[in-house]
Ligand binder design. Structure first.
Ligand code: APR
Length: 180
């Protein structure tokens, strides 16, 4: 099996353009779309995504923080969108780390359950939700590595950074993780 860290890559770009089996959305509990990457995904994918989100909300009443749900990707080149809800940063004493790690693990589990072998993540919670970027980068790399160590079916995870700062932090964490 290829080493977990050899199946993770960090890149800078717009996640809506990724040609992968599933892209992950940094959504909110309502699943009704908003700003940031969530807004970009709904705009690029079109109304089919919101239609499916409405059905999920009718069925289970939104998405709890740290959990994930899956829909079509509509008009985007990927097949599915996995919507996960990251924690709002308060002070680090309100289970923020655990909830953020859970977003990565639950999203990858959902990808696996739906036969998705290539998955792309944004830097969940590091925008509007205010999670410190370096801390979020470490949690993202550790959580994805731990999952890939257990599941060789996932071939590649792309950590798609919108800004240069996140790219540098994630790339650095990936280098450190590969040396462990
Ligand atoms: N591709 C990749 N990354 C993006 C894109 C994009 N097109 N647009 C924004 N980002 C990056 C931001 O730069 C940030 O690093 O995604 C990261 C997450 O930022 P937000 O989208 O603000 O998400 P988050 O901090 O998790 O806050 C979630 O924002 O829009 C709302 O509905 C969403 O209420 C929820 C909140």
């Amino acid at each position: 099996m290829k080493k977990a860290t050899d199946r993770i890559r960090a890149l800078q770009g717009d996640i809506t353009r990724m040609q992968v089996d599933a892209i992950v959305n940094a959504a909110n509990n309502s699943l009704m779309g908003d700003g940031g990457v969530d807004g970009a995904i709904h705009r690029a994918g079109g109304p089919a995504i919101l239609d499916e989100c409405r059905k999920i909300v009718a069925r289970q009443g939104g998405c709890p923080t740290g959990e994930a749900v899956i829909t079509t990707a509509g008009r985007m080149p990927s097949r599915n969108v996995i919507h996960t809800v990251g924690p709002v940063w308060r002070d680090g004493l309100h289970r923020e780390d655990k909830l953020l790690a859970s977003c990565y693990a639950r999203s990858l589990q959902l990808a696996l359950d739906h036969g998705c072998k290539t998955v792309a993540f944004p830097n969940i919670s590091t925008g509007i939700y205010g999670f410190p970027k370096a801390r979020a980068a470490r949690i993202a790399v550790e959580a994805v590595t731990a999952f890939l160590n257990k599941h060789e079916e996932i071939q590649e995870v792309s950590l798609v950074c919108f800004d240069e700062e996140n790219l540098q932090l994630v790339a650095e964490e990936l280098k450190l993780q590969a040396q462990r």
